[in-house]
Ligand binder design. Sequence first.
Ligand code: SF4
Length: 376
Amino acid sequence: MAGIYLHIPFCKTRCIYCDFYSTTRSELITRYIHALCNELKMRKEYLKEEKIETVYFGGGTPSQLGEEDFQQIFKAIQKHYGLEDCREITLEANPDDLSKEYLQMLSALPFNRISMGIQTFDDATLKLLKRRHNARTATEAVRRCREAGYQNISIDLIYGLPGETKERWEKDLRQAISLNVEHISAYHLIYEEDTPIYNMLKQHQICEVDEDSSLEFFTLLIEYLQKAGYEHYEISNFCRPGYYSRHNTSYWKGIPYLGCGPSAHSFNGTTREWNISSIDRYIKGIEEGQRVFETEYLGPTTRYNEFIITTMRTVWGTPIEKLKQLFGIEMWEYCRKMATPYLKSGKLEEYEGALRLTREGIFISDSIMSDLLWVD
Ligand code: SF4
């Protein structure tokens, strides 16, 4: 089984915290879709004829595309990969794009999951972040998706935002829970270099939340969502039973995926590739039959390290037998030796043949994972 990720790098406007590759030049959409379909065709060998189980339209803002654009992309996937075994097709959408008419248009397409970037329900903060929606637009968008028949809706939240208080974050969590969606992703704000919000921080126009508050917000996130019946299945992801994101889970389980479009990454077990982060050079390259990308051959140590980092972040943990099978007994002995102090202190546990983070371990997951890595 394998997944396909399609990067749709168009945004109406740019949010101040975002460092994903995107552009506001919507006049390029037609040429871009053509190039994207060509890339799908050019790279059909990459997945070695694995069946496609998930397709994910991410961005950027995929909800900036129209019906004809989607039709062309689906036609290309169907022709070169087939969609017969596909179980999850996700569209990332901005709440303000999800009008009744847009949802009606989408109903003719095979999407069965909508993932919406809500981020917060605090209108002043949404404005500061230069999001185009407010809390009401977001709530209505979720309701409209439900009315349109979507039974698998995900929302994204960000915490640790400027001026965040315990009360405000709890209010966000209560509002998120009241939407009764199947899936919630929640990430701590990262001040990525060269983003406008990073520059505002450097110029003391806004303040970063302190470490104790970050920890408190993360604790509240887990408590609130688990109490509301969500399973905490990955460090930043929660779902109603059975509604984990199949596509993102394939990244964490080492399942191959093909990423198309500028800045998209691909992985097939032996190599990792990433396309150039420039729409102009991407389109030009594809039009000339020369895709612009970089590639990395994954040697055994890199593969072992990636295996630890990706598997350990999930509730399923790092499968011990698979680790032995893939990397040999010596690597497993090393892993176990490094894990021993954490097993003794209750930060890691062995559960159903896997090594996984405990509730306490989740709070220091970065240090645990980095201690288990192999350093040459
Ligand atoms: S957060 Fe989403 S909508 Fe905002 S600029 Fe980034 S990709 Fe575009």
